[in-house]
Ligand binder design. Structure first.
Ligand code: PHB
Length: 388
């Protein structure tokens, strides 16, 4: 008799535990959005947040059956504040997943903290090669690109266009350095030569002395990495100096994405490479663009797509784990075998957790980065140093 009572009590206890666990899993999923909401990359942070939220709204405010609670941090694109900022989300707010960020230097600090704590991190922009290279981990994913990807493609395109010499001009930090390295690899493989690598500190926009140096050296082409507010100023300064008439300015598509309203005539005709373009005219992209414009009264750009796809990847992992993000092996396995139905075109996630994707050649025409062709099909980052 007493054993029966004990058993009944135990069963009741076990059921209560299961109920509590189940309840916890059905509670809100805390998403830490760590993005720049001020500074030269502010518009990029907003587009990523918008894209993410659009996808969540398309699923009735839920991902993988769980309602979403957002906790936002403005990282100011400042690597010096990055560790403190990400630890606020991990330790103070106890978030289930972190989505961020734009700036490669900040993203590397986030990847380190995510690796140490085991918190799932989805990077919706920053291309830092290391994040899906030496720092790669089961719980770290990227919905965007590696700095190497669009840069390598642009190097190949420039060489194919018969350019023999190039100078580079970028911000001096991981994204600029790695973008130049990727361009140089593609360009020199195709027979070109990078003559000189010029830089300005991030986020400075004083280009005059360096533009004068380029005008005197007369390379066949210039390759630059800038984005956001800095890209607007640079493309305008390049044209105002008259350089665009004789020396084509190439770059990864960040140079002209989300910036054409402000760049106006200065950007017309520019060729860039990126994993997204305007005028793809696929049913998937058209639907995304219509919904985005309806919800935000804005045209989407590559950053909006990357935010949208970060939510799609999260949903895939959550669906496979019935909303339990702590089941990290199952969460990762689901994303690794998924085909992600992106507005950019379907892509897969490689072993290092970086997208394997088509890189488009685009040409600025009015307010659009119109697709010219696919520069490189299914380009995978080499993931140098990733052991997983
Ligand atoms: C980066 O820091 O990795 C970065 C920032 C802005 C972009 C692209 C890459 O548009």
């Amino acid at each position: 008799m007493s054993t029966r009572i004990a058993r009944t009590t135990l069963t009741a206890l076990a059921l209560a535990c299961i109920a509590t666990l189940g309840h916890a899993q059905q509670g809100k999923l805390k998403v830490g959005l760590m993005l720049p909401f001020s500074g030269t990359y502010a518009a990029l942070g907003v587009a990523i947040e918008n894209g993410f939220k659009l996808n969540v709204e398309e699923h009735g405010g839920k991902l993988g059956g769980r309602e979403i609670e957002y906790i936002k941090v403005d990282d100011e694109s400042d690597p010096a504040k990055a560790t403190d900022n990400v630890n606020k989300l991990i330790k103070r707010d106890n978030v289930d997943v972190i989505v961020g960020t734009v700036h490669s230097g900040v993203a590397m600090a986030m990847a380190k903290a995510a690796k140490e704590s085991g918190t799932v991190l989805i990077v919706p922009n920053a291309g830092a090669d290391a994040v899906t290279g030496p720092m790669c981990a089961q719980n770290i994913f990227r919905s965007s690109f590696s700095n190497w990807q669009p840069a390598y493609a642009m190097g190949e395109v420039a060489a194919k266009q018969g350019k023999k010499t190039a100078m580079t001009l970028t911000w001096k930090y991981a994204a600029g350095d790695e973008s130049v390295a990727g361009f140089k690899e593609g360009f020199e493989k195709g027979g070109g030569k990078v003559l000189k690598q010029l830089t300005v500190p991030f986020p400075n926009v004083e280009f005059q002395a360096l533009l004068t140096e380029i005008a005197a050296a007369k390379p066949d082409a210039v390759y630059s990495f800038f984005a956001g507010g800095g890209a607007v100023k640079f493309v305008k300064d390049y044209a105002a100096a008259g350089l665009n008439k004789n020396i084509p300015l190439y770059g990864p598509g960040f140079l002209t994405d989300g910036t054409l309203d402000a760049q106006g005539d200065a950007a017309q005709g520019m060729l860039t490479t990126l994993h997204y373009a305007d005028g793809l005219n696929t049913p998937r992209d058209n639907k995304f663009r219509t919904e985005y414009a309806k919800m935000f009264k804005l045209q989407p750009d590559v950053y909006a797509v990357q935010g949208y796809d970060a939510a799609q990847m999260l949903a895939i992992g959550l669906a496979a784990t019935k909303g339990d993000i702590t089941k990290k092996a199952d969460f990762a396995a689901a994303i690794e075998k998924a085909k992600i139905d992106s507005p950019r075109g379907a892509f897969t996630i490689g072993k290092s957790h970086n997208p394997v994707q088509d890189i488009y050649l685009r040409k600025v025409d009015g307010k659009e980065n119109k697709m010219v062709n696919i520069a490189v099909k299914g380009l995978a980052d080499p993931a140098r140093g990733c052991k997983m």
